[in-house]
Design a protein. Structure first.
Length: 392
């Protein structure tokens, strides 16, 4: 009888914290390869193909790319919203003292990169992309710090996760306020009314997830037609789902567990495949030194660690917060560097900033990719060096 294949290593990989990030990296590479071969035009044609239907006043027929960026990413934001709410109720954001350090760090990591980008792009056609270097990609950043294992204090991973979650919340607010246009207030009122019903369900103790998710689909539809980006619907739905501050599994935690696998292993990889299809050209290398390229790269590589470290230091010196247990300032600097990995959210904001401007969008994506790779390598090297230094 043939010996059965040992699937244990594969299962252990899928259950590891870094698996999602590693698969995401693979999809980025695959997408770049496809875009620079004969298959690139085929992928573009596939993404441009329309799915859905249009009946009377109901319009649900969009290109595959829009379904990915507005539909699948709404599910991604649903999970991000669940993580934010859980942290607010029982995690690293549940009290002012606990939340202070990641909040200050995230604030610095948002403001400084945006300022750097704005300095380089003031009075240029690309000035509207100031939000691009603000975001941190949770999956990539956590994947890299997880790869370091016991080389870094466990508290540092929690700090990075909380920082990335607050960072995402700020990015969501920026998208809602600054990257939405042609608002249709009637649709917003419909969405707001349904959201109000979900809050009533929460107050009444309704725990059936269908009671939240089905109305959430209608919130998505109305917000999508309102002019506000549809992914905000995922966050609103998440905030209405009930949770508990104790160990009992709540509807929120149940849904978070359900979504973890499809988001990490399907939705984010598909997003990466669809949106990293950059046909590399020699002009893109030159584009790295344009105001757009410099603003994005320096915002991620310099702005993130400077902003995160500076405001973390200030909050500790003012006695508002304390450093993570067992972590020194060099660890914080290393985490700040990992915060410069802005891939998923940065590409998403770039899509909103330069919709219909293919050449500028390609340069922005290439700059994001370059800045994120540099940030990841620097952060990994920094934390590895600190670990070796501490071991002596």
């Amino acid at each position: 009888m043939a010996k059965l294949i040992n699937l244990r290593p594969f299962k252990e990989f899928l259950q590891s914290g870094s698996a999602g990030g590693i698969i995401l990296i693979i999809c980025v590479i695959v997408s770049l390869i496809i875009a620079n071969t004969g298959a690139g035009s085929g992928l573009e044609a596939l993404l441009a193909s329309e799915l859905g239907y249009h009946f009377g006043n109901i319009h649900l027929k969009y290109s595959l790319l829009i379904w990915i960026n507005d539909g699948l990413m709404a599910i991604f934001f649903l999970m991000v919203g669940l993580e934010i709410k859980r942290e607010l109720v029982e995690g690293e954001l549940s009290s002012l003292k606990k939340a202070a350090l990641p909040i200050f760090a995230a604030l610095g990591g948002v403001i400084v990169p945006a300022v750097i980008f704005s300095i380089f792009n003031k009075n240029t056609p690309t000035a509207g992309g100031w939000g691009i270097p603000m975001a941190t990609d949770i999956a990539f950043a956590i994947a890299i710090i997880t790869m370091l294992g016991k080389k870094v204090p466990a508290s540092l991973k929690i700090f990075l996760a909380a920082l990335a979650i607050v960072d995402d919340l700020m990015a969501i607010l920026v998208i809602a306020v600054f990257y939405s246009s042609d608002l249709h207030y009637t649709y917003l009122l419909y969405a707001g009314g349904i959201f109000g019903v979900l809050l009533i369900f929460n107050k009444l103790g309704v725990k059936n997830l269908a009671a939240y998710l089905i109305p959430g689909l209608f919130i998505w539809y109305f917000i999508h037609h309102s002019g506000v980006h549809a992914t905000i619907a995922g966050v609103l739905t998440a905030f209405a789902i009930p949770t508990t501050p104790d160990a009992t599994e709540s509807p929120l935690e149940k849904l978070e567990h359900i979504l973890m696998t499809p988001v990490n292993f399907v939705i984010m990889p598909v997003f990466a495949l669809a949106n990293t299809n950059i046909a590399l050209e020699s002009s893109m290398i030159q584009g790295l030194t344009t105001p757009l390229g410099l603003g994005i790269i320096l915002g991620l590589v310099v702005g993130k660690p400077v902003g995160i470290t500076a405001l973390s230091w200030l909050s500790v010196k003012l006695g508002i917060s304390a450093r993570p247990h067992g972590a020194g300032w060099l660890h914080i600097i290393g985490v700040g560097m990992l915060g410069g990995i802005g891939f998923t959210m940065s590409v998403f904001i770039a899509l909103l900033s330069f919709a219909g401007q293919d050449m500028i969008l390609s340069e922005a994506k290439f700059s994001i990719l370059t800045g994120s790779i540099l940030s990841g390598l620097m952060g990994y090297a920094m934390l590895t060096w600190v670990s070796k230094k501490s071991a002596k």
